[in-house]
Ligand binder design. Structure first.
Ligand code: UT7
Length: 323
């Protein structure tokens, strides 16, 4: 059977780093509160010249270099983002143009923090359906542009950045020993909209709006939803937590990650944590974490890797793959 294997990974971060202490003059908060409640110590914030498209392009180029490929080798670009450069056209199409591509096709996916997991699942279907041979899957966000910088309950949590994978069609045996995407599971439930949303949009306020979140409410649902979808993925692939080499979760809050790993029986040393240095970068958080763990030599070819995310909507999902 055809599998979507990972050929390359890359990432890009804005130049400017903002430390927790930098918020102390802006809102009533402290480095200690942010670090203790979330695990975040710093985040990257885009300047005016850095956008979702420019960061996405840089991450895509890094992933192509890592794969030893060029834009000419790519058939499809899927960009996961909730902070597009424009309402339309899709920022994926802008990235396609920036990469000098006149062939193939590109579109955006919007599932907020779960966007990358949704995008990998979709890319895998295009590859296994024979509609694309190589897909650039990008998560790129500039959440700093939709933050209310006077709201301490949200502005300290998010950061900007981008990560990308090149997925490629390859023959597999149809077993869990294959390389590539092995199992995926997506969920959503729109009844939770008011807990995490942006209070503007073209069809309602005709403005972009700002992010609003009832953090405690999101926290209450997060661990249950994450573990539910991961247990289904384990069941579908007939594996257990012990079989995993790496757990690469969405990086929103270290306490949510720790509680989920504990509930699932995933050993602490298998968990990749980047929330301390990136904050919550929404759809970019999982590919950014993957890039870190590949660059530092933790994730190696043949490793069994579990990706997971949960966010606005609510949306949530998991992807199991062998690197
Ligand atoms: O990526 C999408 C998914 N999003 C998430 O997963 C986020 C989920 N939620 C969370 O991570 C946590 O709920 C937060 C980090 C947002 C908040 O942590 P918490 O432990 O749930 O705190 P809380 O909201 O219950 O607030 C505790 C106190 C409150 O004060 P009172 O009411 O106890 O007097 C807040 O007003 O902390 C206060 N507070 C702050 N204090 C200092 C809220 N934000 C801040 C702040 N600095 N930045």
């Amino acid at each position: 059977m055809i599998r979507s294997i990972v050929r390359g990974v890359g990432s890009a971060l804005p130049k400017r780093i903002m430390k927790n202490a930098d918020f102390e003059d802006m809102v009533e908060t402290s480095d200690e509160w942010i670090a203790q409640r979330t695990g975040i110590r710093q985040r990257h914030i885009a300047d005016d010249s850095e956008t979702t498209a420019s960061l996405g392009e840089a991450a895509a180029r890094a992933a192509l270099d890592n794969a030893g490929l060029t834009p000419a080798d790519i058939d499809l670009i899927i960009l996961a983002t909730s902070t597009p450069n424009n309402t339309f056209p899709a920022t994926a199409v802008e990235i396609q143009h920036r990469l000098g591509m006149k062939h193939g096709f590109a579109f955006d996916m919007q599932a907020v923090c779960s966007g990358f997991v949704y995008a990998v699942t979709t890319a895998d279907l295009y590859v296994r359906g024979g509609l694309a041979k190589r897909v650039l899957v990008i998560g790129s966000e500039t959440f700093s542009r939709i933050l209310d910088w006077s709201d301490r309950s949200t502005c300290v949590l998010f950061g900007d950045g981008a990560g990308a994978l090149v997925l490629e069609a390859a023959e597999g045996e149809g077993t869990v020993a294959d390389r590539g995407v092995l199992a995926t599971s997506l969920r959503s439930d729109g009844s939770h909209k008011e807990k995490l949303y942006v209070d503007g949009g073209p069809s309602t306020t005709k403005t972009v709006g700002f992010l609003r979140m009832e953090g405690r409410e999101v926290f209450k649902h997060a661990v249950g939803m994450i573990t539910d979808v991961i247990e289904k993925t384990f069941w579908d692939a007939a594996i257990t937590a012990e079989d995993l080499d790496w757990f690469v979760p969405h990086q929103a809050n270290k306490r949510i990650i720790d509680a989920s790993a504990k509930k699932l029986g995933i050993a602490e040393e298998k968990v990749v944590i980047t929330v301390d240095r990136h904050g919550n970068t929404s759809a970019a958080s999982v590919p950014l974490a993957l890039a870190v763990a590949v660059e530092d030599g933790r994730i190696k070819r043949g490793d069994l890797v579990l990706l997971e995310a949960m966010g606005g909507g609510f949306t949530w999902g998991a992807v199991l793959l062998r690197w």
